[in-house]
Design a protein around this ligand. Structure first.
Ligand code: GLY
Ligand code: MN
Ligand code: MN
Length: 448
C-alpha cells in the first residue's frame, strides 16, 4: 500500500495526538469494565488459500488500525496499559520471500514505545507478565499468538469499543475526507472511461489507476455495472467486451486512506432522456434525505421516510400508482428498493456497531419488513454514515408482487422500459452534525 498519501498533511499529526487520547480513554473504560489492566491488540495475519501456500489479501484487525495508520503490518501487537505510553511490537521478519515492513516512520511514531521484533517468539517478552490481567483483541487462529492470555475478545470490552467507534474523532474525519476525495477522483475517471465506450473491465482499471489502488487495496470490490447489470446489487463481474448498446452505468466504488474508507455510488444515463430524468429525480430525493440528517434522528425513521419519498418518485415516473402508504404497505416500494438506506462507515465499509443501542451490547432491530437495514441507531454528532437510496428493476422481487394486492399498483409496461437500464443508486458519505450535516462526498466532487 502506498501509504504516503497523507504524509504531506501537516495538520494530521496534531489531530492524531488528540485521536490517540480519545482511543486511549475508550480503552481505559473498556478495561475497567472488563476488570482487566492491559489490552493486547493483535494486527492479524494473512491466511493461505486451502491446500496452498499462496496468501489471500491481508485484512488487518480494525481495532489495530484504530490505533495506528498501518494496514500492512501482520503479526504485530499494540499493548496498552492505562496511564502508560502504548507499546507497539512491530514485526519485521527476516524474510527474503516478501517485502518486509520498513523502519517505522510518520506522524504516529512519537506516540508509541516501538519495539521491533524479528520473530513471533520475540513478542513474548513484551507482553505483561500478569497474563490474567490481560485481554487480547483480535482474530486468533493459533493459540500460540495469545502468549498464554486466556481472555480473547471479551464481550464487555468489545461492546464498549464497538459502540464508541460509531462516533469519529477529528483525525478520523480528516482522513475520511481524504478517502472521499480519492474516491471522487476515481469516479470522474470511471465516468470518462464509460463515456468513451469502454467495457466494465477497462472502466474498473481506469478507476483503480485514478485512486492508485490495487484490487486488494480497495475497501470493497468495485461494482462497475453497465445496463441491466445495475440491477444486481453486488455485481462484481467485469465484462471484457462493451455491450452492443450503451444505456446506463452504475458504479459503486470507494477508496481508502490509512485504512479508512469511502463508499460512493453514482449512476449515469448514456442518451435516454427518460432515464436521465429519473436519475435526476433520485438525486433530488437523495439530497432531500441527506438534508434530514442531524443528531437525535432515529435512522430507522429516515429509512421508512425514504420509502414514502420513493413512492412519490415511482408515481411521478409512472412506474407505480397509489398513495405512498399503500405502496409501502403492499410491498411495492420494497420490491423497487430492497436494501437499507445506509450504514455506518469507517475502518470497515459496513462499520461495526450499527445495531447497538448502548455500550452494553443491547441491540435495536430493523423495522419490521426491512430486514436489510444495517443502521438502527439514534444519530450522534460526528457519526459518519451513508445515504444510498436505490430504485431497480429486479424481476425476482417484482414478480413476487403478482397475484397480490400490489400487482395493480405496478405499471408493468414501465417496468419493461426500466429493465434494460438495470437501476439507480446514489450514495454519499455523510457526517452527522448537531443540527446539520457535512456531505463528504459532494464536497469531494466539488473540490475536483
Ligand atoms: N458498497 C457497499 C455498500 O454500498 O454498502
Ligand atoms: Mn456502496
Ligand atoms: Mn454503502
Amino acid at each position: 500500500m502506498n501509504s504516503d498519501y497523507t504524509d504531506s498533511n501537516p495538520a494530521l499529526g496534531a489531530l492524531y495526538a488528540k485521536h490517540i487520547e480519545t482511543i486511549a480513554a475508550r480503552h481505559d473504560h473498556a478495561l475497567e469494565q472488563a476488570g482487566a489492566s492491559h489490552a493486547v491488540i493483535y494486527s492479524g495475519n494473512p491466511k493461505n488459500a486451502f491446500l496452498d501456500d499462496y496468501q489471500m489479501p491481508f485484512k488487518p484487525n480494525p481495532h489495530f488500525v484504530n490505533w495506528v495508520p498501518l494496514t500492512c503490518l501482520p503479526y504485530s501487537y499494540i499493548i496498552y496499559t492505562p496511564g502508560e505510553t502504548p507499546i507497539l511490537v512491530y514485526f519485521q521478519p527476516h524474510d527474503y520471500w516478501h517485502v518486509v515492513p520498513g523502519t517505522p516512520a510518520g506522524y504516529w511514531t512519537s506516540r508509541f514505545d516501538i519495539r521491533v521484533v524479528h520473530s513471533v517468539e520475540g513478542v513474548a517478552e513484551h507482553i505483561p507478565v500478569d497474563r490474567e490481567k490481560c485481554i487480547v483483541i483480535g482474530e486468533i487462529d493459533d493459540d500460540a499468538l495469545t502468549f498464554g492470555i486466556e481472555r480473547v475478545n471479551p464481550n464487555t470490552a468489545m461492546n464498549i469499543l464497538h459502540y464508541a467507534r460509531g462516533v469519529k474523532t477529528e483525525y478520523e474525519l480528516a482522513i475520511m475526507r481524504l478517502a472521499s476525495q480519492r474516491g471522487a477522483r476515481g469516479h470522474i475517471a470511471a465516468e470518462a472511461a464509460y463515456r468513451d465506450g469502454q467495457p466494465e473491465f477497462e472502466i474498473h482499471r481506469a478507476y483503480c489507476e485514478a485512486v492508485s489502488h490495487t484490487d486488494s487495496e480497495l475497501p470493497y470490490g468495485n461494482i462497475v455495472a453497465l445496463n441491466k447489470h445495475g440491477a444486481v446489487l453486488h455485481y462484481t463481474d467485469l465484462d471484457r467486451q462493451p455491450p452492443a448498446e450503451s444505456r446506463s452505468f452504475l458504479i459503486d466504488a470507494g477508496a481508502q486512506v490509512h485504512g479508512y474508507a469511502s463508499d460512493i455510488t453514482r449512476t449515469y444515463s448514456n442518451r435516454d432522456e427518460r432515464f436521465r430524468a429519473l436519475i435526476d429525480r433520485m438525486d433530488t430525493m437523495q439530497l432531500d434525505i441527506v438534508a434530514e440528517v442531524r443528531a437525535g434522528l432515529d435512522y430507522r425513521d429516515l429509512h421508512v421516510a425514504t420509502h414514502k419519498m420513493l413512492a412519490g418518485v415511482l408515481v411521478d415516473a409512472e412506474l407505480a400508482s397509489g398513495a405512498p402508504d399503500t405502496l409501502l404497505e403492499t410491498g411495492v416500494t420494497s420490491a423497487f428498493f430492497p436494501h437499507g438506506l445506509g450504514h455506518l462507515l469507517g475502518i470497515q465499509v459496513h462499520d461495526v456497531g450499527g445495531f447497538m443501542e448502548n455500550e452494553s451490547g443491547t441491540t435495536i432491530d430493523p423495522p419490521s419488513g426491512h430486514p436489510f437495514l444495517r443502521l438502527t441507531r439514534v444519530l450522534e454528532e460526528n457519526m459518519v454514515l451513508t445515504i444510498e437510496p436505490g430504485l431497480y428493476a429486479i424481476d425476482m422481487l417484482l414478480e413476487n408482487l403478482r397475484g397480490t394486492p400490489a400487482e395493480s399498483h405496478v405499471n408493468w409496461d414501465s417496468v419493461d422500459w426500466l429493465r434494460p437500464f438495470g437501476g439507480i443508486r446514489i450514495e454519499d458519505n455523510i457526517r452527522v452534525l448537531l443540527n446539520d450535516q457535512e456531505n463528504l462526498t459532494r464536497d469531494a466532487f466539488a473540490l475536483l
